[in-house]
Ligand binder design. Structure first.
Ligand SMILES: NC(=O)c1ccc[n+]([C@@H]2O[C@H](COP(=O)([O-])OP(=O)(O)OC[C@H]3O[C@@H](n4cnc5c(N)ncnc54)[C@H](OP(=O)(O)O)[C@@H]3O)[C@@H](O)[C@H]2O)c1
Length: 275
């Protein structure tokens, strides 16, 4: 246990909430980084960063909405500089696979002068249970511009375990953990597995990038649609179609498979809604 607080940025999000819980269970001193925390942290308000970093010994950095958004690398640069001057001794960055902008941000952390661990993650299983695909899954159809590409979908609990280890244990300094699930699944495979556990048929319908862009423009506007479409274009083109041993290397145990994630999500009641 460390005396200095561990700041968890993104403390109410998919990885952050788990990391906060797991750190508290370990008896660590945790400071939530959230716009609604007692010491608020807001990526859009740099005035909030110094108070949140003050006295922290280690920081988990989950950027929102995504490291590929314009301006993200400037904010990571400014945050890491501030963290260094505040005396932070350890940084753990959540990054994404196959994203040049995310890799740019990894480089900033590597050169920050602070001990670091990079956690470069594949597509989150929890996108289907806590993220933007919950409603589509509950409504029976997932549409993505993913064709028949296969993705090693990861259980976010594994990411949280890796991050907690990196934040609290020795032996992870300077590591790049590329973390994936243990198997490659097409989104049709994932939909079939979801159907088995959600108690309803879930279909996958591949759509074109143009149609995805049009759908996203309707939901979130042109700017967000542009960025999300670009992220899909570069991450779902087959470049990430491989499994890695990052979870095993960091934790000494295999990554959780998608069926196990589905069983857990079903038992947690995430998908309870009248059919
Ligand atoms: N989803 C994936 O498949 C995937 C894969 C690889 C990497 N990643 C990376 O994971 C990271 C998190 O992605 P996610 O979509 O899963 O989100 P998430 O961790 O679920 O984060 C959502 C949280 O972000 C916080 N937030 C929103 N705006 C904020 C702001 N202006 N300042 C501070 N906090 C803010 C909100 O917390 P408060 O309301 O409490 O402030 C919210 O709870 C991203 O960097 C993404 O690139 C995601």
């Amino acid at each position: 246990m460390q005396d200095q607080p561990i700041l968890v940025i993104g403390a109410t999000g998919k990885t952050g909430a788990r990391i906060v819980r797991k750190l508290i269970e370990k008896g660590e001193n945790v400071r939530a980084g959230s716009r609604h925390a007692p010491i608020p942290f807001d990526w859009d308000d740099p005035e909030t960063w110094a108070p949140a970093l003050s006295g922290a010994g280690a920081v988990y950095v989950s950027y929102f909405p995504d490291l590929a958004f314009p301006g993200a690398s400037d904010k990571i640069e400014a945050l890491t500089a501030l963290a260094r001057s505040a005396g932070v001794e350890r940084l753990v960055l959540l990054s994404g696979r196959g994203e040049p902008h995310a890799q740019l941000c990894e480089g900033i952390v590597v050169r920050s002068g602070i001990d670091y661990t990079l956690v470069r993650a594949s597509w989150f299983a929890q996108n289907f249970s806590e993220g933007y695909l919950v409603e589509p899954a509950l409504n029976g159809e997932i549409t993505l511009p993913a064709g028949d590409v296969r993705e090693p979908i990861i259980d976010v609990d594994d990411i949280a375990d890796v991050a907690v280890a990196a934040l609290t244990e020795d032996g992870h300094k300077g590591e790049l953990y590329e973390v994936t699930g243990p198997e490659l699944l097409s989104f049709a495979d994932a939909a079939a597995e979801l159907s088995r556990h959600m108690g309803r048929e879930v279909a996958y319908r591949p759509i074109s990038l143009d149609d995805f862009h049009a759908d996203m423009t309707g939901i979130a506007g042109d700017f967000v649609a542009d960025v999300l479409t670009e992220i899909c274009r570069i991450t779902l083109d087959g470049r990430n179609e491989y499994v890695t041993d990052g979870v095993e290397r960091a934790l000494g145990r295999p990554a959780t498979d998608f069926a196990a994630f589905c069983r857990k999500a079903a038992a947690s009641g995430f998908w309870k809604r009248a059919a």
